[in-house]
Design a protein around this ligand. Structure first.
Ligand code: HEM
Length: 239
């Protein structure tokens, strides 16, 4: 009972921090960075942080902990599998649009692509995520995939899932830092800690806190959905 209560406290924290990250990144890019457009300008770039943080951090993190909610354990696993896959698909789509925004912005302004450490970590996170989604879909939802394969895949899927979250947090932190150094110049330099820098730093801290709460939920074995429930054994794949 105590463990369930602590889970829900962590889950509430996860929802609250996730919401704060989305609000923070939207406020930063709409009020401080001038809003959004799709015309090759810096306003197009502004989609990038918003879509990456919303997709590859917040939606991804929430999708990862869906199975851990104790309230769902007595129920058929299939709808929760579908919800997990759907949240991850939405997260992947937002991330891909977010990457298109920055690649297109760079190409329109003759800026080289993929030169920074941020971009290397970020592209690795997105590529691994796309691969994880395809393998997960085939391994866990296709009827032809045998139980033995699913058992083999599961620990790798869980480990890679946590690693992708770590990579996307590293990408977000380095991206925020890079943007603040690029954008804040003159008497509004980063070192003067103007209000935009405080907001950017705070956003980074919120993203790290969100990631730590998600990883804590994933790491606690007491919060893992019991595999042997009759509902799970009665599972039949959809496709
Ligand atoms: C999961 C999160 C993120 C991922 C996977 C990611 C990925 C990437 C990638 C692959 C590029 C290279 C695009 C190109 O070479 O044309 C890039 C560029 C950039 N990103 Fe992100 N990003 C993320 C979050 C953020 C955030 C939150 C910011 C904050 C503003 C940001 C700021 C930048 C900046 C300034 C660039 C252009 C400079 C550069 O290429 O390093 N990114 N990002």
């Amino acid at each position: 009972m105590r463990s369930v209560l602590i889970f829900y406290l962590c889950y509430l924290l996860c929802l609250g921090l996730g919401l704060a990250c989305v609000v923070g990144v939207c406020v930063w890019n709409s009020w401080w960075r001038g809003g959004f457009a799709w015309d090759g300008s810096s306003h197009q770039f502004n989609w990038h942080p918003v879509l990456m943080v919303t997709g590859l951090v917040v939606l991804y993190g929430n999708g990862a902990v869906v199975y851990r909610i104790p309230l769902t354990w007595g129920q058929n696993k299939l709808p929760w599998k579908l919800l997990h896959a759907a949240l991850m698909l939405l997260s992947l789509i937002l991330s891909i649009v977010g990457l298109c925004a920055v690649f297109d912005f760079h190409n329109s302004n003759n800026t080289p692509n993929l030169y920074s450490l941020h971009s290397w970590i970020g592209i690795a996170a997105t590529a691994l995520f796309a691969m994880q989604w395809v393998v997960g879909m085939a391994g866990f939802l296709l009827p032809c995939s045998p139980i033995s394969l699913r058992e083999l895949l599961k620990p790798v899927h869980v480990w890679l899932g946590g690693s992708i979250l770590l990579l996307s947090i590293a990408a977000s932190i380095s991206g925020i830092n890079e943007k603040l150094f690029f954008a804040l110049k003159g008497n509004q330099s980063y070192a003067m800690l103007p209000s935009e820098a405080v907001l950017g730093n705070t956003l980074g801290v919120l993203i790290v806190a969100f990631g730590l709460v998600v990883l804590k939920i994933l790491a606690n074995s007491e919060w893992q959905r019991p595999d042997s429930s009759p509902e799970d054994l009665a599972y039949s794949p959809v496709l």
